[in-house]
Design a protein around this ligand. Structure first.
Ligand SMILES: Cc1ncc(C[n+]2csc(CCOP(=O)(O)OP(=O)(O)O)c2C)c(N)n1
Ligand code: SF4
Ligand SMILES: [Mg+2]
Length: 307
């Protein structure tokens, strides 16, 4: 709630904003040369701290820079959710991420944790090496559908079949976003892409691959879930799934796989809002949301210990 004091300070700021600036401040930058405006700006947070209740802040695990993503792109939101989870679990200094080749190639510029880059599709193989050398760390890969389900499908299946104790965050936006929207293994039937201008033809290219269902049959997968980030409810559920994927790593029971149905407004040639609606009306018909494989039996009891 705004206080009288805050309103007064704000009015003072507005009235002093137009006062002539001490030009010497720009040249000498000495404490005496601080302008009235600079002084008031330094004062402002004191007022905010006292009179506002903090309801949202960027997690400290996010680097405070602008992202390169297109407006409305789900990558930025997924980055933030993963980093919020790391922040809330207090594992920033123990978490190591592997960035993909794809639009999220610069994930390491935004996530304030140890990260490395893998060759296209090889993130889970890279993560395997890291986790085996540093078993007490929390290791995750972040991969798109071109990266994980096309060029990297072999690595993905073998990694999960071995039950590597890592988390895989899989952003499924049904196209190769970075390279201008070619058809991916997850493109929908009839979906127009730059390499399927008349729509994906099932006879020519087969059905979209449902990676989560596929890998849930592998004994090495421990937790498999499919979520989205196109609504507030979906975001809350996705965040919970991401938290679970990190927590379950403590149990050393296998791979945790979180698929996120994302978007690519630029290559889908939609506004962000249209893209969100398309997810609800088309994408989740093919890729239904929800948990696909959950820990059970004795493992469920173990999970209580890490909550
Ligand atoms: C070995 C190799 N083959 C192909 C490419 C070209 N390439 C870069 S990104 C990409 C597809 C990325 O799509 P996706 O993984 O779905 O990520 P998105 O951009 O959609 O998030 C391809 C084919 C490459 N960089 N390296
Ligand atoms: S091209 Fe698509 S996936 Fe890439 S940043 Fe833009 S909207 Fe996101
Ligand atoms: Mg993609």
């Amino acid at each position: 709630m705004r206080s009288e004091e805050h309103t007064l300070v704000e009015e003072e700021l507005i009235s002093k904003k137009d006062e002539p600036v001490n030009k010497s401040a720009e040249i000498t930058n000495t404490p005496e040369s601080i302008t009235a405006e600079e002084h008031l700006i330094a004062e402002k947070p004191r007022c905010l701290d006292e009179d506002y209740e903090m309801v949202y802040h960027k997690p400290k695990t996010m680097v405070d820079v602008s992202m390169h993503y297109c407006p409305g792109c789900a990558h930025s939101l997924l980055h933030k959710l993963i980093m919020e989870a790391v922040d809330e679990l207090g594992i920033q200094d123990k978490t190591i991420g592997v960035a993909p080749v794809g639009c999220a190639v610069f994930a390491y510029d935004y996530m304030n944790i140890d990260m490395t880059e893998a060759a296209h599709g090889r993130a889970s193989a890279t993560a395997t090496g890291i986790k085996r050398l540093l078993p007490d760390s929390y290791v995750f890969t972040y991969q798109g559908d071109g990266d994980l389900a096309a060029i990297g499908i072999a690595e993905t299946i073998h990694t999960i079949n071995r039950g590597e104790n890592i988390a895989i965050f899989f952003m499924n936006n049904a196209v190769y976003g970075m390279t201008s929207g070619q058809m991916a293994p997850t493109s929908l039937i009839g979906m127009k892409t730059t390499t399927s201008p008349y729509g994906r033809d099932v006879h020519e290219y087969g059905e979209p691959i449902k990676v989560s269902e596929l890998i849930s049959h592998l004994p090495g997968s421990f937790y498999v879930t499919r979520q989205a980030v196109n609504s507030a409810t979906a975001v809350r559920k996705a965040k919970k799934a991401i938290m679970n994927a990190f927590k379950y790593q403590k149990l050393n029971k296998g791979t945790c796989f979180v698929e996120i149905i994302g978007n690519c407004p630029s290559n889908w040639k939609m506004t962000p809002l249209e893209a969100s609606k398309f997810i609800d009306s088309e994408m989740i018909k093919v890729f239904p949301l929800g948990d696909i494989k959950l820990p059970k039996g004795e493992d469920l009891k173990l999970l209580e210990e890490v909550k």
